[in-house]
Design a protein around this ligand. Structure first.
Ligand SMILES: O=P(O)(O)O[C@H]1O[C@H](CO)[C@@H](O)[C@H]1O
Ligand SMILES: O=c1cc[nH]c(=O)[nH]1
Length: 271
C-alpha cells in the first residue's frame, strides 16, 4: 500500500520533505529566512505561502528548517502547529525587539527566557495562569552562543504584545493616545524589570511549554531603546539582527550536537 505524504494546510510542506528534521529556526521577517539559510551548508529554498517563507540548510550533518512566522501570535501558532505535525520538536525564534530598560542599548541581544502573555493566541493553548517560559536547554544554548559573539548579551522577560502600537504604549500614532487600561503600562513593565517588547515569544513559548516533547527558545536583537527614541535606524536594525542570527545558528548547532544532554532527555525528546 502506498501511503501518501502528509501535507500541511498553510506551509506547503509534506512529511517527505521534512523527514527526520528536528529543529526549526523561526524568524519573524520572511526576508530573514534566506539570509539565515545562506550562512549554513547546502541552503535550499523550499516554499513560500503568505507570510511563510521556508528554506532548509545543513548544520554539520543535521538538516534544519528555517521558516518565517510573520508578525504576531496567530501566524506563529500556525507555524508551530504545522511543523510539529511534521516532526519538528525544537523551535528557536530569532527576532527583533524594542528595549524598555535604559541599559539595554541598541545592538544588544536578549534571550527571552519568559514572556508576559499580552497576546491572544497563547490563550487558545493554555489558560493565562500557565507561564510562557522557554525550555531551559534552549535558553542556555542561546545564552552561551550569544555570549561567545557579543559582550552585550542579556536575558530576561519580554512583553509579547498583539499590537505594535497601543499594546506597546506607543503615543506617536494617528490618535496619539491609548485606552485607559494601557496608559502607564510601559513604565509599569519597566519597574518590574521587563526588558522590552516584541510580538511572538509568548505564543511560541506557551505552545511549546504546554505540549508534550516540544521545546522552544527565543533570541531578539535590540533595534531601538524606547526610553530614548521611537524610530530605529536601518544600520542598527541590520547590526542587531546579524548578531542574533549568528547566535541562533550557533545555539542550534549546540542543541543538535548535544542530543544526549541531560536537559534534552528530560522530556523524551526523541519520542
Ligand atoms: O523582527 P521580528 O521577528 O518580526 O520581531 C518583531 O518585529 C515585528 C514588529 O515590527 C514583530 O514581529 C516583532 O515581534
Ligand atoms: O519596539 C519594537 C521593536 C521591534 N518589535 C516590536 O514589537 N517592538
Amino acid at each position: 500500500m502506498v501511503v501518501s505524504p502528509m501535507h500541511t494546510f498553510h506551509l506547503n510542506l509534506n512529511s517527505k520533505e521534512i523527514n527526520n528534521i528536528k529543529l526549526a529556526i523561526l524568524p519573524g521577517d520572511p526576508d530573514r529566512v534566506k539570509k539565515i539559510a545562506l550562512l549554513m551548508d547546502n541552503p535550499k529554498y523550499i516554499s513560500k505561502n503568505r507570510e511563510f517563507t521556508i528554506w532548509s540548510a545543513n548544520l554539520n550533518k543535521n538538516k534544519i528548517i528555517i521558516c518565517s512566522t510573520g508578525i504576531g501570535g496567530p501566524s506563529t501558532s500556525i507555524v508551530v502547529e504545522e511543523l510539529s505535525q511534521l516532526g519538528i520538536r525544537i523551535f528557536l525564534r530569532i527576532g527583533t525587539a524594542g528595549a524598555i530598560q535604559p541599559y539595554l542599548t541598541v545592538g544588544s541581544v536578549l534571550i527571552v527566557t519568559a514572556a508576559v502573555r499580552y497576546d491572544g493566541a497563547s490563550q487558545h493553548f493554555a489558560p493565562l495562569e500557565f507561564p510562557a517560559v522557554a525550555d531551559l536547554s534552549c535558553s542556555l544554548a542561546l545564552i552561551q552562543s550569544a555570549q561567545a559573539i557579543s559582550s552585550k548579551t542579556y536575558w530576561g522577560i519580554n512583553v509579547s504584545s498583539d499590537t505594535f502600537y497601543p499594546g506597546q504604549e506607543r503615543l506617536n500614532t494617528y490618535s496619539g493616545w491609548v485606552i485607559k487600561k494601557l496608559k502607564g503600562s510601559m513604565e509599569e513593565w519597566k519597574n518590574m524589570g521587563v526588558m522590552g517588547y516584541e510580538m511572538e515569544s509568548a505564543t511560541l513559548l506557551t505552545m511549546c511549554a504546554s505540549q508534550k516533547n516540544l521545546r522552544a527558545g527565543s533570541i531578539v536583537g535590540i533595534i531601538v531603546n524606547r526610553t530614548q527614541k521611537e524610530i530605529p535606524n536601518l544600520d542598527s536594525v541590520l547590526h542587531a539582527e546579524n548578531i542574533a542570527i549568528q547566535s541562533v545558528i550557533k545555539a542550534a548547532k549546540m542543541l543538535l550536537s548535544n542530543q544526549n544532554n541531560i536537559f534534552l532527555n528530560k522530556h523524551n525528546y526523541n519520542t
